[in-house]
Design a protein around this ligand. Structure first.
Ligand code: ADP
Ligand code: MG
Length: 338
């Protein structure tokens, strides 16, 4: 069952007389119950896409269907969706319980029911007993949970989340990633989640759509996206990638470009080495050493060596022989054009 469908959706803005194609011909089907992430760099069209699903922005072309119904011309409040914004947008003058129950109040639900439901939702996001406080009296992480409870109280079929964890520090963000995932599983609601953070996308999503310049470059599961990126852009945006055009690419059926992930490259003996070169730079990342190796053919290859097996890194200038398993080389479909 498809929860959200975008058919040929574009959005063109007029930026001072010059048209900006914020979203450009996007076709996408998000399944019911899926945790779907729109991933891409700043300005790639993620927010515009989400706003069109939510009804805050009209598409210039194309149609948006939710649960099989064309909602393209409907205002936000007539769509079975709700949105969590990055800045939470809580009402400062209302109590937490009133904030959470806001959606019910607008619909004319009686006070007793509102109070009961608000308490249930605060339990759900693990903030029991704070209903009488004001937003000012909460930490950033707590405010984020309140915003989530408020968005969930109307039981939307689809929850839209625009970089909801962007304002939190790393530890809290990782904790909230787990919480969001737990909630999504527990409630079975379709989540459409926007982030520019590839780690967040990989660790949370059932599937990911990668945006570049308003277009969807690839839609795939995290593992597929990481191991078989369709384009150079995806290869380099999702994780670190060696994209090679020279001798190593030619050995793979004369491919124009291939990709090798740095963690699959090993340092070993000269016999059977796939490539050899001079170590140009070494960086320490705690869990691994990043070695930048200048190959004889003029290309540079990055190898990440785990600190668990390599207590020391070789010094720059060392000649290194590089190895990788057969399956490590992935041919890039678009020929790796930058
Ligand atoms: P993202 O969320 O991926 O950072 P956005 O969807 O916010 O990207 O923006 C995509 C592009 O559209 C950017 O070039 C941005 O400057 C432009 N844009 C977004 N909203 C407007 C607007 N209201 N008017 C003009 N240009 C806009
Ligand atoms: Mg955005």
């Amino acid at each position: 069952m498809t929860a959200v469908r975008l058919s040929g959706v574009s959005c063109v803005f007029d930026a001072g007389g010059k048209p900006v194609r914020a979203v450009d011909g996007v076709d996408l089907a998000i399944e019911a119950g899926e945790f779907f992430t729109l991933l891409g760099p700043s300005g790639s069209g993620k927010t515009t896409c989400l706003r069109m699903i939510g009804g805050f922005q009209m598409p210039s072309a194309g149609a948006i269907l939710i649960d099989g119904e064309d909602v393209s011309r409907r205002p936000p409040f007539q769509r079975p969706v709700n949105t969590v914004f990055q800045d939470y947008a809580l009402f400062p003058h209302m109590t937490i319980a009133e904030n959470v129950a806001y959606g019910l109040m607008v619909r004319g639900v009686d006070k007793a029911t509102r109070t009961k439901r608000a308490a249930e939702l605060l339990d759900l996001v693990r903030l029991p007993g704070i209903g009488e406080r004001r937003p000012m009296q909460l930490s950033g992480g707590q405010r984020q949970r309140v915003a989530l409870a408020r968005a969930l109280i109307n039981e939307p079929k689809v929850l839209l989340l625009d970089e909801p964890l962007g304002a939190l520090d790393l530890k809290l963000r990782e904790q909230m990633q787990g919480e969001l995932k737990r909630l999504q599983r527990q409630l079975g609601i379709t989540f459409v989640f926007v982030t520019h953070d590839q780690h967040e996308a990989l660790s949370m999503s059932d599937r990911i759509g990668v945006f570049n310049l308003g277009r969807l470059e690839q839609v795939a599961t995290p593992a597929e996206l990481y191991s078989r990126p369709r384009t150079r852009f995806v290869a380099e945006f999702v994780g670190s990638a060696n994209v090679l055009h020279g001798e190593i690419a030619r050995r793979h059926g004369g491919a124009a470009a291939v990709m090798i992930r740095p963690e699959l490259v090993r340092v070993g003996g000269a016999a059977d080495a796939r490539a050899s070169g001079t170590l140009a730079e070494v960086q320490y990342f705690g869990a691994y050493w990043r070695l930048c190796v200048d190959l004889a053919g003029g290309e540079r290859l990055i190898a990440d060596l785990p600190v668990a097996t390599h207590a020391e890194a070789p010094p720059p200038g060392t000649t290194l022989h590089l190895h990788w398993p057969d399956g490590a080389v992935h041919v890039i479909g678009d020929g790796g054009a930058a």
